[in-house]
Write a protein that binds this ligand. Sequence first.
Ligand SMILES: Cc1cc2nc3c(=O)[nH]c(=O)nc-3n(C[C@H](O)[C@H](O)[C@H](O)COP(=O)(O)OP(=O)(O)OC[C@H]3O[C@@H](n4cnc5c(N)ncnc54)[C@H](O)[C@@H]3O)c2cc1C
Length: 313
Amino acid sequence: MKQSKQYDVAVIGAGTAGLQAALTLGRMRRDVVVFSTDRFRNDPAEHMQNFLGHDGTPPAELRLAAREDIARYDTVSFVERAVVSITGDPDAFTIEVDGEPSVSARRVLLATGLSDELPAIPGLAELFGSAVAHCPYCHGYEFADRTVGLLGAGPHVPMLAQLMARLANRVVVLTDGAEVSPDVDASLKALRLEVHTGSVLGVEAASDGLRALLDHGHTVELGGMFVAPTWRQAAPFAEQLGLETGDLGGIHVDIMGATSRPGVYAAGDLAHHRDLPMPMASVLTAAAAGLVAGAACDRDLVMADLAAARAIA
Ligand SMILES: Cc1cc2nc3c(=O)[nH]c(=O)nc-3n(C[C@H](O)[C@H](O)[C@H](O)COP(=O)(O)OP(=O)(O)OC[C@H]3O[C@@H](n4cnc5c(N)ncnc54)[C@H](O)[C@@H]3O)c2cc1C
């Protein structure tokens, strides 16, 4: 790692968003340092769906191929270490790194992703990414033609039931004892869905999916189940940098990936454009956001240098 020089851009995170940003910046011969802890949101999943040209491939394969692409651009370097803090302003950000000297960069591009907090149901975490999923566009097709369970009673449940009704044989709602609002109740009744209102005591793998263990020894056999995790920022930088965030915890960005703080950009799962009704978190959208935010960083630097040149002309 270069210690004394100042990098053009520090990219924090080497998932799809960070890698694509690094590729875009490397192709413009920007000096870029990319940090990664080698933990990725889709680690629990063996297969990555709904990415053209890679539908069904292991997620790590795409990242490996991306690293090979980036290796052709020698102004990009990688540091496999956690960043612990970020301070400073445009042209003078300081990135403190766990066990390594700190780094200086003119711009910062955050791509540290989200982490998923699951309901505390025994067995759920073990099945998350296979028989238990959160995104119908990533995993819905894999549960097709079977009974699909929807865990919880939140306002998303009726819409998810409608989405999955196109794929599943049967949709069953397991509220896990949560209160069902009158609005959700009316939708569930209108859709004539089977609803279990008791607690889910546990889930376990079964030959064709999973088995949900309910009160009084009852069980429900399911081909797959959807859960709504609580999303958390995987790293503390939104708070450290005082970035504006939305109700769902995403860092607010403009259409080019700029955050509320000058010189700080964000791309991928951790960022949320306020015009989107919900975070559109997927590998492909993370890559696209990385490209856009990388280009926005580059353009920002170009414009700053142009302004500086004009000031001394
Ligand atoms: C179980 C599951 C299955 C999924 N399946 C699919 C699917 O089939 N298809 C699909 O399109 N999407 C899927 N997704 C969504 C997909 O995983 C994400 O949208 C995508 O990975 C987001 O990429 P990212 O680059 O934003 O974040 P990530 O891939 O999570 O990368 C985050 C990066 O930040 C780094 N990092 C974090 N903290 C620090 C730190 N302090 N210092 C340095 N580096 C740090 C990490 O090491 C990593 O390099 C799935 C998600 C889950 C949870």
